[in-house]
Each structure stands twice: as structure tokens, then as C-alpha cells.
Write a protein that binds this ligand. Structure first.
Ligand SMILES: Cc1cc2nc3c(=O)[nH]c(=O)nc-3n(C[C@H](O)[C@H](O)[C@H](O)COP(=O)(O)O)c2cc1C
Length: 341
């Protein structure tokens, strides 16, 4: 019954600006994880309503080669379902990046107001922009005036734990012309140590008329249903669980035990795809990054994680995966959050 309710909630189309998506479960942006190879895998497993790219530097987007860039890269087949997230602060640079994204025929543009890494905030980008809501809204308006495709913004609570901050910002973003918001209710310096405050999602949703995707700490279908029902949000953006279990989109949408729920086969397929899209050094680094999420599903996953981390190349990585799974490891119902960093 629970899954039936979830299925019907997720399978409602949602209008975002001039476009419509067919499902309300979307892939949250994740650096070094939500890349072109991972999204290719996701499509093979049934796809998802909308995917957000890793954050891309707005300063670089106008000059990137989409066929060789490590970040600003996609397959033609996914263009209509892919929003590119841009990171920056200077309005004209952000607008130039947005124009390139629109020209490429992608679904839309997403602005990053959440990254709180010091090296980024010191350039007044990412979560630093939460400190000056009026200036940030002006920047968003400038980008809005540059494009017609959907413009979205992903943001956090702010630098203090006060629900009035995201409510105020959400209203300003809507007024500046944003078509949809993704809200991750954590204060900026919190690296997912404390639980996300879902009650703030309800406050943001109430404050605006544009669609709001709730985000943060959804790991199981029960969590997803609870977020939708208790906050009233229009959709849910999945982060870490999407990497750990990429079949969740089709599983939760269609209420089926996915035949693809095969951890070893999925990991090996991703290894192939990563090698197809990235040069060897970057491919190995990206697979190692992903492997923490694979291992979070497994009892004694740390053992496999250490083997993969120490592997010298992709051949070693594949051997480690095959050896570990030949012993039929026990799967965890809820992933080990210590590995989901
Ligand atoms: C490794 C990693 C990289 C991330 N990179 C980005 C990013 O580039 N842009 C962004 O807006 N959020 C980024 N996030 C935040 C996620 O989009 C999401 O808000 C967060 O993980 C909470 O959702 P979850 O509990 O479903 O994982 C990242 C998170 C992780 C774990």
C-alpha cells in the first residue's frame, strides 16, 4: 500500500517553466559522482525524471569542449533530461554560461547556492551567496533575462539555523524568475553530520508557488514518501542513495524489485563506462570515489573499500569487486552512512 501511494505520487508529470518532466524523482547534483558515465548507467537502469550535472564552473562553461571536458559533458540522448549546474557569482559570467547551456539544447540551468567548501566560498560563490540574498536575487534575475529555458536554483538553509532565512530567499528567487527550487535544509557549514531539517522544506514550499524539490537524507522508499507527505514538496532530489543504488529511480517509481539489483554487475558496468568516458587516471579516481557508495550497501563493505582504494588500476579494481562478491556478501537494508561522505 505504501509503495502504491509512493508510485502514484512520483509518476505525476511536473511543469518546470516551459518544460515538463514525467517523474518527480530526480538526481541531485554531485561532484565527481553524477558524471556522464554514471548517468549513462542510470539510463540503462530505467533513467529518472530529471538529472542535475555535477557543478560546472560558470567561468569555464562558455569555453568548454563538451566532448572532452571532465564535467561539462553529456550524451545527446540525455540532453532533454539534463540540467547543468553552474557555480559562480558574477552575474554576467553566470549569464554567459547559461546562454551556452541553452544553446546546447539541454533541459535547463541550475545555480549552485549550496557548496560551502572554503576555497569556493572565498570567491563569493556557492553557499557564500546565501549571505547576501538581495545581491544573489539580482544575479538570478540577470541569468533569467539571458535565457528562456528552465532556470532552477539549489540552496541550503543559510549560515544560521533559522527557517526564516530559506523562506525569505525562496521568495526572492521566485520573484527573480526561478522556475523551480531544490532545497537541502542544512546550514552551510554542516557536511551532513546532523539530520536534514525537513520541517524547513514545508516552510519553503508554503512560501512559493513554483515547484520545490526536497532534498536530504532520503535512503529508503519510506523516507521518500514521508518527505513528500509531511513537507508537501513537489518532488524529491536523491543524492547519495542514487549513487549507492542507481536502480532506486525505477524501483520506487514502478514498485518493482528491480532485476538489476545486482551490485557486482552494476559496479563492473560502471567501471566499463567510466573507462569509456575518462582517461585512465581520472577514470580510476572516479571509480574509487564511487566505490565508497557501493561498499556502503555491504556488510564488511570497508574490506572491499580498502581493496579498491589500494588497487593500482582498473584491472585491480575489477579483481577486487569480483573476489569480494564471490563470497556472497550480506546486503544492508539501510546503507552505512559512514561511507556515504
Ligand atoms: C560527494 C558529493 C558531492 C556533491 N556535489 C554537489 C554539487 O556539485 N552541487 C550541489 O548543489 N550539491 C552537491 N552535493 C550535495 C547533494 O546534491 C545533496 O544536497 C546532499 O548529498 C544531500 O542529499 P542526500 O542526503 O540525498 O545525499 C554533493 C554531495 C555529495 C555527497
Amino acid at each position: 500500500m505504501m509503495n502504491e501511494t509512493l508510485t502514484s505520487l512520483l509518476n505525476r508529470p511536473l511543469r518546470i517553466g516551459r518544460r515538463t518532466i514525467d517523474s518527480r524523482l530526480v538526481l541531485a547534483p554531485m561532484t565527481c559522482l553524477g558524471h556522464v558515465a554514471f548517468r549513462h548507467l542510470l539510463d540503462e537502469l530505467g533513467g529518472c525524471g530529471l538529472m542535475f550535472s555535477e557543478m560546472c564552473s560558470a567561468a569555464r562553461v562558455p569555453y568548454e569542449n563538451r566532448h572532452s571536458s571532465a564535467y561539462f559533458r553529456w550524451r545527446d540522448a540525455e540532453a532533454g533530461r539534463l540540467a547543468i549546474q553552474i557555480l559562480g557569482g558574477e552575474p554576467e559570467r553566470m549569464a554567459a554560461a547559461a546562454r551556452r547551456i541553452e544553446r546546447e539544447g539541454l533541459f535547463g540551468v541550475d545555480i549552485n547556492l549550496g557548496c560551502s567548501v572554503r576555497e569556493i566560498c572565498k570567491f563569493n560563490q556557492g553557499a557564500a551567496l546565501l549571505k547576501d540574498p538581495a545581491a544573489t536575487a539580482r544575479m538570478v534575475r540577470h541569468v533569467r533575462e539571458a535565457i528562456h529555458c528552465p532556470l532552477m536554483v539549489k540552496f541550503r538553509t543559510g549560515w544560521e539555523d533559522d527557517a526564516r532565512l530559506p523562506v525569505d530567499l525562496a521568495r526572492r528567487l521566485e520573484d527573480a524568475g526561478a522556475d523551480a527550487l531544490t532545497f537541502h535544509p542544512r546550514v552551510a557549514p554542516d557536511v551532513r553530520t546532523r539530520p536534514a531539517r525537513w520541517e524547513y522544506i514545508a516552510r519553503v514550499k508554503e512560501a512559493v508557488a513554483i515547484p520545490v524539490f526536497g532534498n536530504g537524507d532520503v535512503f529508503e522508499p519510506e523516507d521518500c514518501l514521508k518527505m513528500l507527505q509531511t513537507t508537501g514538496c513537489d518532488g524529491v532530489a536523491l543524492g547519495r542513495i542514487a549513487i549507492a543504488r542507481p536502480w532506486v529511480f525505477s524501483q520506487w517509481r514502478h514498485d518493482v524489485a528491480s532485476p538489476a539489483e545486482n551490485y557486482a554487475a552494476t559496479a563492473l558496468r560502471l567501471a566499463d563506462l567510466i573507462e569509456r568516458y575518462f582517461e585512465p587516471v581520472r577514470a580510476l579516481r572516479r571509480f574509487k570515489r564511487y566505490s565508497a557508495y557501493l561498499c556502503a550497501n555491504l556488510s564488511f563493505g570497508n574490506t572491499l573499500y580498502n581493496c579498491i582504494r589500494n588497487a593500482p588500476d582498473m584491472t585491480g579494481v575489477r579483481a577486487a569487486v569480483q573476489a569480494f562478491f564471490s563470497n556472497e556478501p550480506r546486503l544492508l537494508t539501510r546503507p552505512n552512512v559512514n561511507l556515504l561522505r
